[in-house]
Design a protein around this ligand. Structure first.
Ligand code: SAM
Length: 323
């Protein structure tokens, strides 16, 4: 893994950007900035990175950790998304295949109309789902809604969905409303609709009627949230949708090695791949969460299924509310 001139200057630029955040009073989580700086300094060479991976990474407190792209640095966010899409498109290891399979199966079995993706990024999952539906000759019109708080991702999603114009119409709104949803549902058109919007995810349960969406899903998103936001997300998802799918990494040290090699030349992606796994729940925590849900409480009756995927080091939780 030789270090190229480009890689070195990327590292220097990132460290400089992080330096400027250290003196920014609007950013309170200085611990996360410092951990990122330590990471990028270590990632300058294979030897110092290996040292970091074995000695520093296990000591990092996941609670306060943020990824480079959680900071207001849009250029690195763009680079991370473009790299992530490239990886998600590869047949091996099929990073989002379990989610795409789950969504396609859901569509074919449940005949839904409205699907919403929280923290949608470049909408690669939707792109793969739409391709698969097209190949299978699926005729019914679907509405795919992508919610993300970053403006940058709207451009990335548009570019990623290029080539599907014969089967989709793209709508861009700042804030999706219940009224706009009704209008979309009323449109008599053979093409699927893809809506890009920036609603505040934590307010959506106040503005949309209960079970407005047939399927709500999120991928590589939940680990970006604080504990209180995660709890809010779970409540909001149960309110907003009839079925929910959650897809993300689980914590595993072995799964830190392949992305360290594969993303070595793309430092923002390397950071995202490694830090997101350090922030991820363990398999045991996920199983405990599923068992906790079984007890039901205020959520009404729900069927929950949890699957682990060793090849990708990911999990999929599928939850369907009954009645
Ligand atoms: C790692 S990316 C995953 C993108 C996509 N879901 C995928 O699997 O490729 C996480 C996404 O979540 C978005 N995000 C993070 N926190 C958010 C929040 N509070 N509200 C909305 N979007 C958020 C980011 O902008 C980013 O696009």
């Amino acid at each position: 893994m030789p270090v190229s001139i480009d890689r070195k200057s990327t590292m220097d630029d990132i460290i400089e950007d992080l330096d400027s955040l250290l003196s920014d009073e609007t950013i309170s989580n200085k611990y996360a900035i410092q951990e990122n700086q330590i990471f990028f300094r270590a990632a300058r060479s294979v030897i110092t990175y290996t040292h970091w991976l074995f000695l520093r990474a296990p000591k990092i407190a996941p609670g306060g950790l943020l990824e480079l792209t959680d900071f207001p640095l849009p250029d690195w966010l763009r680079e991370m998304h473009e790299g992530l899409i490239e990886i998600e498109r590869r047949k091996f290891p099929g990073l989002i295949k379990p989610l795409v399979d789950g969504i396609v199966e859901f569509i074919q079995q449940k005949n839904p109309r409205l699907l919403v993706n929280l923290g949608c990024g470049g909408m690669e999952a939707e792109r793969q789902v739409i391709e698969r539906l097209k190949e299978s000759g699926y005729q019914k019109r679907l509405i795919f809604i992508g919610v993300d708080n970053s403006l940058v991702v709207k451009d990335i999603a548009r570019a990623n969905l290029r080539g599907l114009e014969d089967v989709i119409d793209i709508y861009e709104v700042e804030e999706l409303t219940q009224d706009f949803l009704y209008r979309l549902l009323a449109i008599d058109n053979a093409k699927h609709a893809v809506v890009l919007c920036q609603n505040d995810i934590f307010e959506m349960d106040q503005y949309f009627e209960g079970r407005s969406f047939d399927l709500l899903f999120y991928s590589m998103f939940r680990h970006h949230l604080s504990d209180s936001q995660k709890a809010h997300l779970d409540r909001a998802a149960s309110h907003l949708a009839k079925s929910v799918m959650e897809y993300d990494n689980y914590k595993s040290w072995v799964h830190l090695i392949p992305p360290s090699i594969a993303n070595w030349r793309k430092p923002p992606l390397l950071n995202g791949a490694v830090f997101s796994r350090l922030r991820a729940p363990t398999r045991q925590e996920l199983t405990g969460r599923k068992e906790g849900r079984k007890e039901g409480r205020k959520e009404g009756r729900a069927t929950t299924c949890l699957q682990f995927f060793k090849k990708t080091g990911t999990y999929l939780i599928k939850r369907t509310l009954e009645g």
